[in-house]
Design a protein around this ligand. Sequence first.
Ligand code: 5GP
Length: 119
Amino acid sequence: MSTETIFTKIINREIPADIIYEDEQALAFTDINPQAPFHVLIIPKSPIATINDVTTENAALVGHLYVVAAKLAKEHGFAEDGYRVVMNCNGHGGQTVYHIHLHMLAGKAMGWPPYQDKL
Ligand code: 5GP
């Protein structure tokens, strides 16, 4: 399966995004349909389609996404109050863009579970 998605276009500046963080491995930008006062997507520059494609070879890159989340939390003042990071996988997980991304949601108290569907 091709891992070329709209997020590759954002990485390559082919489409605009509100990019709030970038380093050699990762990019973070505001979600176009925010679900919290602060909702950013943290993505690896090297695409990985889904969590099912995470391996020991790319585990450090995936771990780096959490390093970026912690950094952003401190920089934006959310570390103490807390926040949520979520990564969806495939259809039942609600994944719509097949380039893994951490959703980082902050700025309000989160409910749990996120969906009230019957088990
Ligand atoms: P998923 O459903 O795959 O976990 O999350 C994909 C997220 O990407 C959604 O929250 C959606 O709003 C966001 N998204 C989709 N297309 C774009 C886009 O072109 N720009 C930005 N900034 N976010 C997008």
